[in-house]
Design a protein. Sequence first.
Length: 249
Amino acid sequence: MAGPVERKADRVASDLMRRIVAGEQPVGSLLPKEPELAQEYGVNRSVIREAIKQLEVHRLVRPIKRRGTEVLDPLRSPSPDVVRAMLFPEPGVIDQAAFAELLEIRTRLDIVMTGLAAERRTATDLAAMDRCLVELTAALGQPERYGSAMEQLTTAIAQATHNRIYQMLVHWHERVQVDLPQLQMVVRLANEPHLQGVRALVELIRKHKADEARRRVAKVHAWATPRMLAAAALSSGASLPDVAEGTLP
């Protein structure tokens, strides 16, 4: 019995999250009462209570005694699921502005993180990266496996910074991008040229060449960002001429 209730609660929480992120339920307003939400979603009140508890975990609402459930500012939430709701305002549609903002943050993160890894890496860190290179080699021609190996390498680079916050940020970003694997495959090609580039980056980290590592990562992101934005627009239904001409709204 708990399973179906939980799944219904997930569905309700996801939709309420979308409404809050989109501003349909304004910050400072009160959510509709439990009976109203239960009727709207066609579920019982226990499902609504569970959904609201989920929103509390994401810091999107808070209960106020004798008043109801107040909506909080989604921009103050640290939850990766809230960012995912920003990225996907509706099923199958990626918000271009939110995606561009995410890519901007990831660019800066990767540049600084890789530089620190080159400065601070240990022999143990390099051994972890080398294991990732072995797995990447074995995964050539297998996009999903290759993508998973790239995530493992990113985690190894984060660990090489010896800053736990970078490791947390990498895991946070993995959660945010869980619905974006096809877009990543546009630039994360499971082929030999891509692998050669990855090997070259690891060699820069191995040789403590932090500045060169930062420059290489910056160039990769400068190349990849417009391609991922274009792929996101096409996957959301934009026309090829609009994408090619840069006339997207």
